[in-house]
Design a binder for this molecule. Sequence first.
Ligand SMILES: [Zn+2]
Length: 175
Amino acid sequence: MEIIPIHYTQSAPVTEENLKQAMKEARAIATLVDRNKFARNRQCISIHHSQVSEKPFNFFVLDKRWQKHFGLPSRFIINPTFLPANVKNPVTKNLEPVGTIRIEEACMSFPNRSEKKVDRYPAIYAGWEVPRIIAGIVLGTKTYERELGGKAAQMFQHECDHAAGKNIYYTSPKH
Ligand SMILES: [Zn+2]
């Protein structure tokens, strides 16, 4: 398995029917991440299935050290979704969705491009599923919801873009 040229296909949700197939692919991505041989010696945080497949399912796989650093329960993130976190408006005292900030990031699908400034929410309410694996057998998924901030929030939004067929450099195939 390797990173393929960028495409704009939206990822299909992972369902009970395709979970076993998706997890087989997820383990192959984990091997790719663990091999850790990427151009320019770039450190890989996570890879979405759409970066290695033209018929993608919506999941991504984290580098184990980053998973630990982010305090996430599994390196496999299935069907990720998010909303901007709420913050108290200092004037009205109401809770309002946090605004975006400009922040630099790179993408493993563009190993030779330099970092790009993108707009991201600094904090999000993230939802996702993780596989329930017992004795190596995938039995289903468990749902998680958590507020994420900092680099974890940035990574999560980046991967959700991949799921939607988006990337940080181009908006359409006609570039
Ligand atoms: Zn990317």
